[in-house]
Write a protein that binds this ligand. Structure first.
Ligand SMILES: Nc1nc2c(ncn2[C@@H]2O[C@H](COP(=O)(O)OP(=O)(O)O)[C@@H](O)[C@H]2O)c(=O)[nH]1
Ligand SMILES: [Mg+2]
Length: 314
């Protein structure tokens, strides 16, 4: 490794390792190219970075040409796909922008967001996809947008808590999502009340929460940063997923890339997620975490918990 790599370069390289979407990878690679010291010792690295950038650009160009299909469709990535919906100007883009590195457009005028824009939100050691969307109301919602949202795992409704219409706005969103069979299908849903820094928002939030005792609420302000610490955990909770870590026999557990299952997932489900054949070839499994004692042998039907470490023997 040639010397003199700057902290900016190292940071960009780390960002590349975390990057999931092609856009994030491209961003990181371009930053690496900018930050790399330009001298003889790094020529090979520079060429390598340029090659990777070119390849990514080609791939995304090809995808664009092929995917004339449906501009509302968003390819799912990460541990779950959550659509962020709501009326114009409610703060959807600001929310997605604050939680991910997605290049969203935040604007004081309505309909600034024309198409869904995905970004990856970090929750501890996993990434959850948030999708910013164009505004939709009961009176104006493209069918293709509703279809796209139905493809996701969960929904966040963003309502501006600082305006007088917030109660009507929330009811309109709930009716719309019900009508388009987004939440009537049992898809989990959370209401994010935005702009909590503005006058009147706190009082309105109280009224909203009282009016919908069954609903899941989160209160945030992009301005003050309030509520953002807790949000990734609440979204993870809403998705109803668990993280599992595989441990090869006699070796250290691999913590780098947890497997994700729906809550209620069993040892057999995890085996299938790791490798198509493993659920057939596995002879026994041991669990660290939720089991009564560390390394306890468990049957295939054993229901796993978030954070469990599982060792398979074949
Ligand atoms: N004061 C305040 N303004 C916000 C907040 N979130 C968004 N905004 C503003 O509200 C407007 C609309 O935001 P945007 O995210 O584009 O809304 P969208 O149409 O739902 O995507 C912009 O002018 C934002 O700056 C917030 O938490 N506090
Ligand atoms: Mg927007």
């Amino acid at each position: 490794m040639p010397a003199n790599l700057t902290p900016q370069y190292m940071e960009a390289e780390e960002a590349l390792q975390r990057a999931i979407t092609p856009e994030e990878k491209l961003d990181a690679l371009e930053e690496m190219l900018r930050a790399i010291p330009k001298h003889k010792g790094t020529e090979k690295m520079q060429a390598d970075i340029k090659r990777r950038i070119a390849r990514l650009r080609e791939a995304s160009e090809a995808a664009r040409k092929k995917g004339k299909a449906d501009p509302y469709r968003v390819e799912r990535e990460g541990a779950g796909q959550v659509f962020v919906v709501g009326p114009p100007n409610s703060g959807k883009s600001a929310l997605v922008g604050a939680l991910t590195k997605a290049k969203v457009v935040v604007a004081a005028y309505p309909f600034a967001t024309a198409w869904p824009v995905p970004g990856m939100m970090k929750h501890e050691d996993i990434l959850i996809q948030l999708v910013d969307t164009p505004p939709a109301t009961g009176g104006n919602c493209p069918p293709a947008l509703a279809a796209s949202v139905r493809g996701g795992d969960a929904v966040i409704i963003v309502v501006d808590a600082s305006i007088d219409s917030c109660l009507d706005d929330l009811q309109d969103q709930l009716d719309l999502l019900e009508d388009r069979r987004v939440i009537s299908d049992g898809r989990p849903c959370m209401v994010v009340l935005s702009k909590m820094d503005l006058p009147g928002a706190a009082g309105n939030a109280e009224i909203l929460i009282e009016a919908y005792p069954e609903a899941r609420f989160a209160l945030v302000s992009v301005q003050s940063g309030a509520g953002f610490q807790e949000l990734p955990g609440a979204v993870f909770e809403m998705l109803g997923i668990i993280r599992l870590y595989a441990k090869p026999p006699g070796r250290e557990v691999d913590r780098a890339a947890p497997f994700v299952l729906k809550r209620g997932g069993t040892v057999a489900d995890l085996a299938r997620a790791i490798h198509r054949d493993l659920s057939r070839t596995m002879k026994s499994a041991r669990v660290w975490g939720s089991a009564r004692f560390d390394g306890q042998p468990v049957p295939r039907e054993y229901v796993l918990s978030d954070g469990d470490v599982v060792e398979f023997r074949t």
